[in-house]
Design a protein around this ligand. Structure first.
Ligand code: ADP
Ligand code: MG
Length: 404
């Protein structure tokens, strides 16, 4: 086939594509390969291609969003490939292996990691993963800190910053996460009418909160600190009892480290608040594990940031303990701030989460939404005050209690 111009693959052509681009299926006829569209996302096309022994995944981007048809630069796909390659090296394989990249076709051929499952869905089924805090805190610290110019060569870093300018995808975050929940200028927010006044008072007319979100937005847009995943919510984390695999960094760019950490923390608050809100069938074992996991992710991430910093930073001025403390403290404050903006945007914004949309009882859904808005607000406003995971959990529980 001719791949000199971009065209969209389908379940048939994708088989030949994998044959042409890799030697993985040498010895197997195209007609003996099986393929299917496996995407449950809404932006790109994802196929699996397999023979009886081995399966690979092909992720292809178009110039448009698959579901809405809105234009979106295909360049995101090369940034995803490059980020996965960098993250794979830095984290010793916590992402799918890369088999081929083709910039013209905007297609990545990679390891099929379907032995691991979508963390958001697993949490929805109340599954417990004892090592999650240990694994995800390692992933974040190992993938993020070494890409900063505290460690990485400052000249090279500037070139990488340039390479990772991600105009279209950052634009989505700047609007959907860091603007519209507080200033609904595109009229895309959605929530039950009964929440109108609550949202108005707590978000649209909350000047103190808006000033703090402005700080976080400005920081997101101007603090080229580290190469971020950019969309590290629980649907980008695949997990089983052996480990985790991180997928889908198409929002990657050089931004504040706390944005990734905040996404992880914030997305674990949804299942927790839903559990708090249950009147019957409460699963206290799951609830306690989730509380401990959020607490441990917070504490372990700080601990590992210090360890990695002490291990890898060599520049004398940066080795001053006072600077190290202030650098890590500001990452932690950012993390809580962005956890807050993530919690709020998923509650009132255009892009909802399963944990909220699946609540069929409107009254319960509204109570959960109010608790989430209050928790998000607390995390944003008090982001510089938290220094330990147990404070965080006790405040989340207390705020939930006051509303539920
Ligand atoms: P999008 O960017 O369109 O959201 P994702 O990268 O999130 O696409 O992929 C969508 C879905 O496809 C994932 O939720 C997962 O089920 C499946 N998928 C993607 N990459 C892989 C992979 N390497 N192995 C197995 N399944 C994958
Ligand atoms: Mg995606």
């Amino acid at each position: 086939m001719d791949y000199s111009k971009h065209f969209l693959l389908n379940t048939e052509t994708v088989k030949q594509y994998v044959k042409d681009k890799t030697n993985i299926f040498d010895g197997t006829d195209v007609s003996d390969l099986k393929s299917k569209e496996i995407s449950d996302g809404n932006i790109n096309y994802v196929y699996s291609v397999a023979n009886s022994q081995k399966s690979v995944v092909v992720k292809q981007a178009d110039n448009k969003i698959r579901t809405s048809g809105r234009e979106l630069d295909r360049h995101r796909n090369v940034l995803e490939y490059k980020t996965l390659s960098i993250e794979g090296k830095l984290t010793n394989g916590m992402v799918p292996k890369m088999y081929n990249y083709d910039e013209t076709m905007s297609a990545i051929i990679m390891e099929d990691v379907s032995a691991y499952k979508n963390l958001r869905k697993e949490l929805h089924a109340e599954k417990i993963f004892p090592k999650l805090a240990e694994q995800i805190s390692s992933f974040m610290v190992d993938a993020l800190l070494p890409t900063t110019d505290l460690i990485f060569d400052r000249h090279q870093k500037k070139n990488v910053v340039k390479e990772f300018i991600n105009v279209d995808l950052c634009d989505i975050t700047e609007d959907l996460v860091l603007t519209e929940p507080y200033y609904n200028y595109k009229n895309r927010n959605t929530f039950d009418d009964a929440l109108d006044n609550f949202v108005k008072q707590n978000l649209y007319e909350n000047d103190e909160l808006k000033a703090n979100v402005a700080e976080l937005r400005n920081n997101f847009m101007n603090n080229a600190q580290a190469l971020l995943h950019g969309d590290l919510h629980s649907g980008s984390i695949f997990i089983n009892q052996n480990g985790i695999k991180i997928i889908d960094p198409e929002f990657a760019f050089y931004g504040p480290i706390g944005y990734d950490i905040g996404n992880v923390l914030g997305n674990l608050v949804f299942p927790l608040v839903v559990e708090y809100s249950k009147k019957e069938n409460k699963n206290s074992e799951f609830m306690t594990w989730l509380e401990n996991t959020i607490e441990d992710i917070f504490d372990l991430t700080i601990k590992k940031l210090y360890l990695k910093y002490d291990e890898l930073v060599e520049f004398p001025l940066y080795k001053e303990r006072k600077f190290e403390n202030s650098y890590i403290s500001s990452i932690i404050a950012d993390s809580l701030g962005y956890a807050g903006t993530e919690i709020i945007r998923r509650t009132v914004g255009d892009s909802k989460v399963l944990e909220i949309t699946s609540i069929t009882n409107v009254e319960q859904r509204n109570i959960v939404s109010k608790a989430l808005i209050k928790i998000g607000t607390d995390l944003i406003l008090n982001r510089k005050l938290y220094s330990a995971g147990n404070q965080l959990i006790s405040d989340i529980a207390e705020i939930s209690d006051s509303i539920i």
